[in-house]
Write a protein that binds this ligand. Structure first.
Ligand code: COA
Length: 255
């Protein structure tokens, strides 16, 4: 069975990390596959939003440490490995559609990077978070650290990275690491996707690009302006105004 499952239904893609016996630890191959998969889902016009979750009891216990001797040995291998990790995180972060992480059980290390790369993080009360890079003498990458900083601020980010201590869903909520705790994270994530499904994709893509640019401190204003212009010139903008006049819901196509 595949280590990553993808299910598409009614405009929603659910991506599941599927190695529950290893607590969904993410292998080098899986980092590479995730980068390709999220780029493909971004390009798939039938997909309006994406949920990322884990099979069984956990989201994921992070990078597969068991294979580190084989794939992340010296400085060169480690660099290559981290390129793959960042490519996966950045492919998720760069998707122009809403992305939601549904979290239960462990969400540690590199898995926290995956969760932070999504737009939203819906968790169950039993979720446990942590970035134990300091227990392995690994520097958490720039892309992941930047995402952490933009979510929780510098002091909390330092505490999380310097101590490597695990923290509860309640604490994660209180510092802004996650945005909701509920009884069923996957159901909550589906509900969040439904709330956005009828809205104009070009609006969401533009908002996401600008907000991600603000969060990273690297807003490309030219691209932002092009996205704004593209929405203003779109068929969807015509449809939105027409629907308003006819007092009916708009049917947006994303063009
Ligand atoms: N990489 C590889 N395998 C992992 C893993 C990881 N990150 N996390 C868990 N596993 C494996 C365990 O080795 C174990 O395999 P085994 O049954 O063949 O021994 C299996 O998953 C179950 O985990 P186990 O440790 O027995 O469960 P636990 O409830 O006692 O502890 C954790 C769970 C998550 C606290 C513990 O496994 C752990 O600390 N994992 C490493 C977390 C980490 O440092 N992640 C950061 C990586 S960047």
């Amino acid at each position: 069975m595949s280590d990553i499952l993808v299910e598409k239904n009614d405009g929603l893609a659910v991506v599941t990390l599927n190695r529950s016996r290893q607590r969904n630890a993410v292998s080098y191959t899986m980092w590479q596959q995730l980068a390709v998969l999220f780029s493909e889902l971004d390009a798939d016009s039938d997909v309006r939003s994406i949920i990322l979750t884990g099979a069984g009891c956990d989201f994921s216990a992070g990078a597969d440490i068991a294979e580190f001797d084989a794939v992340r040995e010296g400085a060169d291998d480690s660099k290559r490995y981290e390129v793959a990790v960042d490519a996966a995180g950045d492919a998720i972060y760069g998707v122009s559609k809403p992305t939601i992480a549904a979290l239960r059980g462990y969400c540690l290390g590199g898995a926290a990077h995956l969760a932070m790369s999504c737009d939203f993080r819906m968790a169950e009360a039993n979720a446990v978070f942590g970035i134990p890079a300091a227990r392995l003498s690994i520097v958490y990458g720039v892309s992941a650290t930047r995402k952490l900083f933009s979510l929780v601020g510098v002091t909390q980010a330092k505490r999380i990275l310097y101590t490597g201590k695990r923290f509860s869903a309640e604490e994660a909520l209180s510092i802004g690491f996650i945005d909701q705790i509920g009884e069923n994270a996957l159901a909550d994530a589906r509900q969040r996707a439904v709330e956005m499904a009828e809205n104009a994709p070009l609006t969401i893509a533009g908002a996401k690009f600008i907000l991600n640019g603000c969060a990273s401190g690297e807003l490309d204003r030219q691209t932002a302006a092009a996205l704004i212009d593209n929405a203003s010139a779109s068929k969807d903008y015509v449809e939105g105004r027409q629907a308003f006049k006819e007092k009916r819901p708009a049917r947006f196509l994303g063009c």
